[in-house]
Design a protein around this ligand. Structure first.
Ligand SMILES: *Cc1c(COP(=O)(O)O)cnc(C)c1O
Length: 385
């Protein structure tokens, strides 16, 4: 099966992990800070905090932004469930903003009108979490203007997007977002096995995220209520978690970042070949706005309305040909957990319509030209048969 996404592990990556296994520290050693410095330098952010996953990073970012039980978090339906669940973890109410049919990212006009209504009702969100779908930045500058008008914080879920650029700035530089979160799961752009991180320009938010990642425990006298009783002394000053990344993961991550630009360039080449090769087929190709460099975590097409086969039929035909096509995403509000909270079909029509016709094609650094040609040939056949 040709997978839709796959990690690329070099012998240097393997050696870096083995070196940690032979060292004194498997966790809480020197590699996590080195990984955080590498990420901060790469995305040009003053603060980077590593976590055990992006899901953990989203949870802690929400807490660090002050999200609590009387608050609201808004995200998009076209995402992985974690972008919404982080709000529920904090006891907040979660709601959604529909996507733009063309960009498949948060629709800024839908956000603006939902905010107007919320302003009138006194139900404004504390946190809005746009997602950089497929590696392409959401329209963060426009969302920032709305944040300044309505007073919410921006939590950018850039799980797909490390290595991408928006308005000539690296995604994660937090030019517009309060916090940006990345995932290093093996299907994403670079990997640490499991792993995630958050970047921010706020030293205070970074400090809170570091405390919350490690049980709420501090060894810094500046955080303490009492004078340290000795060198062993620490205080738990808030209720935190164990969401730490290990040194084993961080060592892999440091080496993977050496090849980030190479991985993104390879994905660009594959996407350009799809764009050209699929031009004559009855599909909507992936769109990347002018002035944006997508990290291209995914390459998603939508079947044209003229195609007589259903998406399920095309999906099955491709899988039968050994091609690991996938579907991103089932709208989160249609998951049983969210339906039980009151959401139903019809609530976010653009995300629902997109979902009905979407098909994710393989894209990853080791997809060969021959494999890609095979994918396009089988797709052409599946659409017509
Ligand atoms: C993968 C993903 C996550 C979760 O990442 P983990 O590191 O697996 O916790 C969150 N949001 C989006 C949009 C994702 O694609």
């Amino acid at each position: 099966m040709i997978p839709y996404g796959r990690q690329d592990i070099s012998s240097a990556d393997v050696e870096a992990v083995v070196d940690v296994l032979r060292s004194d520290f498997l966790t809480q050693g020197p590699m996590v800070p080195r990984f955080e410095e590498t990420l901060a330098r790469t995305v040009d952010a003053p603060e980077a905090v590593a976590f055990s996953s992006a899901t953990a990073a989203l949870h802690i970012a929400c807490l660090a932004l002050g999200l609590g039980p009387s608050d609201r978090l808004w995200t998009v339906p076209n995402t992985f469930v974690a972008s919404a669940n982080c709000g529920l973890y904090c006891g907040a109410t979660v709601d959604f903003v529909d996507i733009n049919a063309k960009t498949r990212n948060m629709d800024v006009e839908a956000l603006a009108s939902k905010l107007e209504a919320a302003e009138r009702d006194g139900t404004l969100p504390k946190v809005v979490a746009p997602v950089d779908f497929a590696g392409t930045s959401a329209d963060l500058a426009a969302i920032r203007r709305l944040a300044d008008r309505h007073g919410f914080r921006i939590l950018e879920d850039a799980s797909h997007a490390v290595g991408g650029y928006y308005q000539n700035r690296p995604i994660g530089s937090c030019e517009f977002a309060d916090v940006t979160v990345f995932s290093f799961h093996p299907v994403k752009i670079v990997t640490t096995g499991e792993g995630g991180a958050a970047t921010t320009r706020s030293a205070e938010i970074a400090h809170r995220m570091r405390l919350l990642r490690n049980h709420g425990i501090s060894r810094d006298p500046a955080d303490m209520t009492a004078v340290p009783e000795g060198a062993w002394y620490y205080e738990q000053v808030m209720l935190g978690f164990n969401y730490r990344m290990t040194d084993i993961q961080a060592a892999l991550g440091v080496r993977q970042f050496d090849r980030l630009a190479e991985f993104v360039a390879r994905r660009q080449t594959i996407a350009a070949r799809y764009h050209e090769g699929l031009a004559g087929l009855p599909v909507i190709r992936q769109f990347v706005p002018e002035g944006t460099l997508s990290a291209l975590h995914l390459y998603v097409i939508e079947l044209d309305q003229t195609v007589r086969r259903t998406r399920a039929e095309v999906f099955a035909a491709m899988r039968a040909s050994g091609i690991g096509v996938n579907v991103h995403y089932i709208p989160v509000h249609l998951q049983p957990w969210y339906r039980a909270l009151g959401f139903s079909r019809g609530d976010f029509p653009a995300a629902e319509k997109y979902y009905d016709f979407a098909l994710t094609l393989p894209i990853h650094p080791n997809l060969s030209v021959d494999q890609q040609d095979y994918v396009m040939e089988r797709l052409s056949y599946a659409l017509e048969a």
